[in-house]
Write a protein that binds this ligand. Structure first.
Ligand code: KG4
Ligand code: ZN
Length: 345
């Protein structure tokens, strides 16, 4: 009989991570904090035909890919399933049908091997990606989180506790990148294409910053910035003026990123914390990475950025957060269900 109370905690476990919350089916293996393998099968090219993620297509793609991606992860890690000490899986937030594919697979595996099933919150996974960069990284630290669904600055106080210092009052930064990509006629996935276009542009278009002024809380806003980009494009078209899409992309990138970086560094200094980490798809942005790295250097803060491929959705980060939960003895029941939304904090 599967009973989560019976499992003993090993100091350095081998954990399989499984991720299927959106359009990437991913599996990864870690041994302690050492990453042994990370595999992804993506349906992004298929989704691009529709200009975004179609949930039904995502669920079907996960069903086709999950067995294969797990096999690949075990093979590249050079281990067999019997050597696993736990299976960590994203149970939310995300597309319900998509989540259920990874979750059902993880349950079956954990049950048949009689090892702990570990429920991972996708966003905590993004935050945990930093642990794979530096094996000695320990809280406290300040984290800049910027993904398709979230934008926040967090104070990570312990492995399992964090305080939200500020966030967005409307769209997330990644969402804004995706919407601006559409306005500029760029294909899905938007963020990386805005970044490419911005490389040959100049920061010459006047746009509002993403920081809300006169707010008692630290708040970001992306919907006003997005509207300003739409207006800049339309006004130029109406006046029959040539509009440089490159300059708009570059100016948007500055407006979207600069306040986030500035505030992250300010939070670290104000709280006397000397380490800054970051996570989420937008952290794959080269301009953000350079700006944050330089700002941290200037403020004499240690800056820990996951590799780009571990900023966007992957299973290594799920395994990393799985390790934290495993060591805390937080094991899930077989009745664990998928959840479309989980509040931050
Ligand atoms: O973390 P993620 O892969 O999925 C979520 O959990 O949301 O983040 C996806 C978001 C998308 O909005 C995408 O446009 C953005 O991250 N993104 C980028 C870049 N790569 C991905 N935004 C800006 N520059 C990039 N290079
Ligand atoms: Zn994500």
């Amino acid at each position: 009989m599967y009973n989560k109370e019976n499992f003993k905690i090993k100091e350095t476990p081998i954990i399989l991570g499984i991720e299927s919350s959106c359009d990437e089916t991913a599996a990864a293996v870690i041994f302690g904090r050492k990453l042994l393998s990370s595999e992804i099968i993506s349906s992004a090219t298929e989704q691009a035909k529709y200009g975004g993620v179609v949930p039904e297509i995502a669920s079907r793609a996960h069903t086709d890919a999950v067995d294969e991606v797990v096999r690949r992860a075990l093979k590249s890690a050079d281990i067999t399933a019997n050597q696993l000490d736990g299976v960590a899986v994203t149970y939310g937030a995300g597309l319900l049908g998509a989540l259920l594919v990874g979750l059902s697979f993880a349950k079956g595996l954990a049950y048949s091997l009689n090892i702990p099933l570990i429920a991972v919150n996708h966003i905590r996974g993004h935050l945990a990606a930093a642990y794979l960069v530096d094996e000695d990284l320990k809280p406290p630290f300040i984290t800049l989180l910027a993904s398709g669904g979230h934008t926040a600055i967090l104070h990570t106080k312990s492995y399992t506790q964090f305080e939200v210092l500020g966030g967005t009052c409307d769209d997330a930064a990644g969402e804004a990148f995706d919407k601006v990509a559409r306005v500029l006629g760029l294909p899905y996935p938007g963020g990386v294409n805005v970044e490419r276009l911005a490389r040959s542009g100049q920061n010459t278009v006047k746009l509002p910053p993403s920081l809300v002024r006169n707010s008692t809380r630290m708040q970001f806003s992306y919907s006003g910035l997005k509207t300003a980009v739409i207006n800049a494009v339309h006004n130029a078209e109406q006046r029959g003026e040539a509009v440089s899409r490159e300059d708009i992309a570059c100016s948007f990138q500055h407006a979207a990123v600069d306040s986030l970086v500035k505030k992250t560094v300010e939070c670290a200094l104000a709280r006397g914390i000397n380490t800054v980490t970051a996570g989420g798809g937008v952290i794959a942005n080269g301009y953000l990475r350079d700006t944050l790295t330089k700002a941290c250097q200037k403020a004499r803060l240690k800056c820990i950025l996951p590799e780009k491929k571990f900023c966007t959705d992957n299973a290594a980060m799920i395994a990393a957060e799985g390790l934290t939960q495993y060591l805390a003895g937080n094991f899930a029941q077989m009745s664990l269900n998928a959840t479309a939304q989980i509040p931050l904090g």
